[in-house]
Ligand binder design. Structure first.
Ligand code: SF4
Length: 378
């Protein structure tokens, strides 16, 4: 018998999480969510980790939903005194039909000129297409769908069993197509790639092909992480429903591990890159830049450096080189001055003198600047 869902409205003191700088995956700087717990109840969900889930009984995560009833007021207050940047928001689990807090939060983002990144497992997000189009017409926004399997995938039935409370992936792809037609940047967050269920070549290709066929422009992928109570919960699910996979997961995720051990993620990432190229899409989310942003050029350069460092990661280049790019990207993200002005007034020396850049990366940044200038001129 299916369990009844209960809703627990409450008033948190704060809603907006501010990050020091935009992250290199989604390009979001802020995040704000209306609910805790998720009725989609995906068995592998990282939100079951202790730090995200305040439930004593892990089974409550999908059935006791905490409603942040003052979220829109808090968001308006917080964004009114914050620099405009991309906000990670929106949660279209069934509770949203009743409470409509995601919609009210989007209205605030629209009113105050903040672009948004919405990541969804439900086509209910289409209800707010009008609002998302309005937001997107002022500042480029993104609506991505969490999808890890398709009807063409070898383990589709088993994966569906692990996300049986969420709407079918065909409905998510159909919604993706509508967002693409409406001119909103959309694509797939292929997360998490479950070992032994989603990492077969046929599944990688199916997810990428379906994304391209439904107007998606990117597939952003990452592997499964397992921590504390979430790990115990998921291993129990495997023990009960997929005992044939249990020892594989126990080997990949020994005690105290978080990411899979001895799992060649880079091989999967390289294959995803190859398949994305085959289908004419990207394995990175293009960075949305707000029109009139005085640091637009800095942001474009950070985007290029982040692309480069991801490429270095998947080619397993030495950590110190990857870190050099990461730190340079952070330094440019933190720069208050326009990097174009620095280059025009001080030349290469000016770029090399930016903290954490130095001589070699300064030269690379000079090349990127020249490429970007050529693209703008064309
Ligand atoms: S839809 Fe997302 S947040 Fe909700 S349970 Fe599934 S993975 Fe977790």
């Amino acid at each position: 018998m299916s369990r009844r869902v209960s809703f627990m409205p409450y008033k948190p003191k704060a809603i907006l999480n501010k990050h020091k700088r935009a992250d290199h995956w989604f390009w979001t700087r802020y995040s704000a969510y209306p609910y805790i717990g998720c009725q989609h109840g995906c068995e592998f969900c990282y939100c079951r980790e202790q730090k995200y889930s305040p439930y004593e009984d892990p089974n409550d995560f999908a059935y006791v939903i905490k409603i942040k009833e003052n979220a829109p007021d808090l968001l308006r207050r917080a964004l009114s005194k914050t620099a405009v940047d991309l906000v990670f928001t929106g949660d279209y689990q069934p509770a949203e039909r009743k409470f409509e807090i995601s919609r009210r939060m989007l209205e605030i983002c629209r009113d105050l000129g903040f672009p948004v990144f919405v990541l969804e497992r439900s086509p209910l997000v289409l209800r707010d297409l009008d609002l998302l189009q309005e937001i997107n017409s002022h500042a480029p926004s993104v609506v991505a769908f969490s999808i890890i399997s398709t009807p063409d995938s070898p383990n589709f039935t088993r994966v569906c069993q692990l996300e049986h409370l969420a709407p079918p992936s065909e409905e998510r792809f159909a919604a993706m197509e509508k967002f693409a037609r409406a001119g909103i940047l959309t694509g797939t967050c292929f997360m998490p790639i479950l070992p032994g269920l989603c990492d077969e070549d046929a599944n990688l290709e199916a997810v990428i092909r379906w994304t391209a066929d439904h107007g998606g422009k990117f597939v952003l992928a990452s592997s499964l992480t397992l921590a504390d109570q979430q790990k115990n919960y998921f291993l129990e699910v495997l023990r009960k429903d997929f005992p044939d996979l249990l020892s594989h997961y126990q080997r990949l995720y020994p005690p105290a591990s978080y990411a899979p051990r001895d799992y060649v993620w880079q091989r999967i990432a390289l294959r995803i890159r190859e398949l994305c190229t085959k289908y004419g899409i990207s394995d990175r989310v293009p960075r949305p830049i707000i029109p009139g942003d005085k640091r637009a050029l800095n942001k474009r350069i950070v985007e290029r450096l982040a692309e480069k460092l991801y490429e270095m990661e998947i080619h397993q280049e030495p950590d110190h080189l990857v870190w050099a790019y990461r730190k340079a990207a952070w330094a440019i993200e933190d720069l208050e001055q326009d990097i174009g002005l620095i280059y025009r007034t001080m030349g290469l020396k000016g770029l090399q003198n930016i903290p954490d850049v130095g001589p070699r990366l300064g030269e690379n940044i000079e090349k990127v600047l020249t490429e970007i200038n050529h693209q703008v001129a064309e």
